[in-house]
Design a protein around this ligand. Structure first.
Ligand SMILES: [Zn+2]
Length: 273
């Protein structure tokens, strides 16, 4: 079976392994090998956002093509559906003065960063600017392809690592919400819980957060984290207040706004009320 320069099997134009997919965020489509498509589509989408729009002007963005490489007696990586050309007539190889276009404002650094992030790809730019082609006669600034020697399982692992969906979009990381402790509820718990039978929890969620912070401060034993503001919690909180410089009644183990805010700032919770 014929393979393209990067070692992937050449696909016939009617191959069921080829898909025609839209680059996310654009109105351009690329025909690519299905199992590498998510990676190249995500890369193209990021190129579009960070380097230059790919869907304005001439339709000069291509994926699969059943042809031999221009410069070599071999099958182009486009013939295996593992390569794409972006903005061919702009900053790509069919534009003019590409080297300086990429040099200007250090644009090449974005391409270099994309290459590093997507990992298993080559970029046809000059090696001096972070690309993969050393000699000017080979420079192919529009060209991105799966790196020679990279296997399908490596591509799949990279797709999984980057969280890329089949359509080339990327799931946003879950937003981390900072937990909140309500000061007045915590003060009530600090006063009420010690007077009730063991294990009483006036405000379990907030008390637990504070107890965990006090454990990190080494004022409370891990086994005492139970959501009940016991006398052990009072004692531990008093030590925290003393650490902040409070004395006497101000270090009685009942949280105040300033001491609790300081504890939250250090251990990852916000204080309200
Ligand atoms: Zn190309």
């Amino acid at each position: 079976m014929a393979t393209s320069i990067n070692g992937w099997p050449v696909l016939s134009p009617t191959s069921s392994q080829l898909v025609n997919r839209r680059v996310p965020g654009t109105n351009r489509y690329l025909r690519l090998r299905a199992d590498v498509a998510p990676l190249l589509l995500a890369l193209a989408a990021e190129y579009h956002r960070k380097i230059r729009s790919i869907d304005t002007g001439t339709y000069d963005d291509w994926g699969y093509a059943y042809r031999q490489a221009n410069a070599a007696d071999a099958w182009s990586d486009h013939s295996s559906g593992t390569a794409m050309d972006l903005n061919a007539t702009g900053e790509g190889a069919m534009g003019s003065n590409n080297y300086n276009w990429w040099l200007y404002n250090e644009r090449y650094k974005i391409a270099k960063a994309l290459k590093a992030k997507y990992g298993v790809v080559i970029w046809g730019g000059a090696t001096a600017l972070g690309g993969d082609y050393r000699y000017a006669r080979n420079w192919d600034w529009m060209h991105w392809a799966i790196r020679p020697g990279v296997t399908l399982s490596q591509v799949k692992a990279q797709i999984a690592k980057l969280g890329i969906r089949p359509d080339g979009t990327v799931a946003l990381p879950p937003t981390v919400t900072t937990p909140v402790v309500d000061l007045s509820r915590l003060q009530t718990a600090a006063k009420v819980d010690p007077t009730k039978p063991k294990g009483h929890k006036s405000y379990a969620a907030g008390t637990t957060l504070v107890e965990k912070a006090l454990v990190k401060e080494k004022f409370l034993l891990p086994g005492s984290v139970d959501g009940s503001y016991t006398s052990a919690t009072v004692n531990a909180y008093s030590k925290w207040q003393k650490k902040l410089g409070y004395t006497g009644k101000d270090a009685n183990g009942i949280p105040g706004k300033v001491s609790l805010t300081a504890l939250g700032k250090k251990h990852g919770f916000k204080v309200v009320n």
